[in-house]
Design a protein around this ligand. Structure first.
Ligand SMILES: C[S@@+](CC[C@H](N)C(=O)[O-])C[C@H]1O[C@@H](n2cnc3c(N)ncnc32)[C@H](O)[C@@H]1O
Length: 531
């Protein structure tokens, strides 16, 4: 017997469905916890390798636009739906060095992280790691709602970005955003256009529409009805695109990114068409992908996501004489596009070159596939191979945590040179890491590894970072005490070990070390030598 379902709405155009209100509710309530608790996946769209590719594209675009740039005015790089903040963090870390090269040195880049929920923007802006960049004027924050695009107000600079106010070309970044904002679905069949009308139901008996956990209980059923006339949206740009699809496709289910298209249109107006939009998502860009594969699916991982039809975004850009760059080959995990609506391809030689190198030839999508393969081989890597992989990844903390057991196993056998190299790689991993409060403590793991190769001052710094981020913890304090002990600082060591014992009186290592520090033979307390 199936449970009774409560109908929440019936026969709604998908983009106007309650679904998106529930989606907003989820992000508004969860804020940064959506990512720190691992509910919404973010690694694939935010890792350092991907940020490096975006950095190359940004530098290529700035070189293409060099002659038109006023060096006294900022070049904005505006990220939509910045989420965890990690993409922007990695982007700035990777790109700042390039921006100090002679050809670009006098340019004033300002990265602006945005999200639609004010609470989310406040949490992002409050991250301690961002403070130096905020003070340098390199980073700012703003609220931006892609469903209702409007002027942005920069939190720190107290500046309003509205059409007509930007002196320079701009970059816009949108990763895993267009899959999260309203779309429609149409069916084309022999010249007839039908639109999906959705019915939402839940098995919750008394559903609370303000509950961020309602979304995963939703069932979506769709039926199709012919559209009434050519003015589906009453917006010539969108209706023109649909018309185009109706004429060119014999039979297809067509996800239609109406909110993303309006958003693109807003940024065209904001920048006076001097814009490079970089976007990555689950989606497709080739027309064959539209040919009838049935109703597009929705994925629910706390929030909801739907494949992005980049073909429509690229078509919109090309229809107005602009350039849309995308990989010719199939991308396995992530579709990446660079859209320059106001520029014909001729003027974008550097951007094209960067795209060919950093996305098509050896891009983030390949990197992600290789990572999946490497994960199976971690236990067989040599120290040199593991360190090479970490360097290649751009100092990726996720990869470091995966390699941690292997590196710990290899550490005792490393020669001095390898140990020094390990120390440099560990520094890079820490530099590239934005803490957002996840359970796994990167600083602690780096500290353990460095202590294992006798890099005691560096290990102590990392244990101290761990305490700063996670608060007092017996294991961390014990390691701090051990580091001080090895550095011949008995007072500091005693203080830390006593704090560890106050938190966990039975901590065996701390008890042994405490006895050693008191000058007593450790064997009397625990039966083992000091560590
Ligand atoms: C799946 S998350 C992606 C976050 C991040 N870009 C990443 O790649 O991990 C979707 C992001 O879009 C934001 N978002 C949802 N609706 C939005 C809207 N209407 N306008 C702007 N951002 C929105 C969410 O708050 C969230 O940060």
């Amino acid at each position: 017997m199936s449970a009774r379902r409560v109908i929440l709405e019936e026969g709604k155009r998908l983009s106007e469905s309650l679904l998106w209100t529930l989606q907003r509710r989820f992000f508004e309530v969860r804020k940064l916890r959506a990512w720190s608790e691992g509910v919404v996946p973010h690694y694939v769209s935010s890792h350092p390798f991907l940020a490096r590719a975006y950095g190359r594209l940004a530098v290529g675009y700035l070189r293409d636009e060099r002659e038109t740039i006023d060096p006294h005015e900022p070049i904005y790089c505006i990220e939509l739906g910045a989420g965890s903040g990690r993409l922007g963090f990695h982007f700035l870390r990777q790109t700042l060095a390039a921006l100090r090269l002679p050809a670009l040195r006098d340019l004033r880049l300002k990265y602006v992280m945005t999200d639609f929920a004010p609470g989310q923007v406040d949490e992002l802006a409050g991250q301690a790691a961002f403070r130096p960049w905020i003070e340098e004027g390199l980073l700012d924050f703003a609220r931006f709602d892609a469903e209702a695009p409007a002027a942005l107000h920069l939190l720190h600079a107290n500046t309003r970005l509205a059409p007509g106010t930007l002196a320079n070309p701009a970059l816009v970044v949108a990763n895993y955003v267009f899959d999260s904002i309203p779309q429609d679905v149409f069916r084309v069949e022999d010249g007839t256009l039908c639109e999906a009308l959705v019915t939402l139901s839940t098995d919750r008996e008394a559903p609370d529409l303000g509950d961020p956990d309602l979304l995963p209980t939703i069932r979506l059923d769709a039926s199709f009805a012919p559209v009434a006339g050519p003015d589906v949206y009453g917006e010539p740009a969108l209706d023109g695109l649909l018309e185009d699809y109706r004429d060119r496709l014999a039979a297809a289910h067509l996800p239609f990114p109406c909110a993303a298209l309006r958003c693109l249109d807003f940024f065209r107006r904001l920048t006076g068409d001097r814009l490079l939009l970089l976007s990555a998502d689950k989606g497709f860009v080739h027309e064959e992908s539209l040919l009838d594969h049935g109703l597009p699916g929705f994925a629910i991982h706390g929030s909801l996501s739907m494949q992005v039809n980049y073909h429509a975004l690229a078509l919109a850009v090309r229809r107005s004489g602009g350039t849309a760059l995308h990989a010719e080959r199939r991308l396995a995990s992530l579709c990446i596009c660079a859209l320059a609506p106001g520029r014909s391809g001729d003027g974008l030689a550097e951007t094209r070159h960067a795209f060919a190198e950093a996305v098509e030839a050896q891009g983030p999508d390949d990197f992600f596939s290789i990572k999946k393969g490497m994960e199976q081989a971690y236990a067989t890597l040599t120290a040199d191979q593991a360190l090479a992989y970490l360097r290649f990844s751009g100092g990726d903390a996720n990869i470091f945590l995966g390699l941690f057991p292997r590196l710990m196993a290899l550490a005792p056998g490393m020669d001095d040179e390898t140990r020094r190299e390990l120390c440099a790689v560990a520094r890079r991993v820490w530099e590239m890491f934005l803490p957002i409060g996840e359970e796994r403590d990167v600083a602690f793991h780096l500290g353990l590894l460095l202590a294992c190769v006798e890099q005691i001052p560096a290990a102590l710094d990392l244990f101290t970072e761990s305490l700063r981020l996670y608060g007092p913890d017996a294991a961390t304090l014990y390691n701090v005490a051990l580091c001080h002990h090895r550095l011949h600082r008995p007072e500091a060591s005693r203080e830390a070990v006593e704090q560890a014992l106050a938190l966990e009186p039975g901590h065996p290592g701390a008890r042994r070390l405490h006895l050693v520090l008191q000058g007593e033979p450790a064997t009397t307390a625990t039966g083992g030598p000091p560590p």
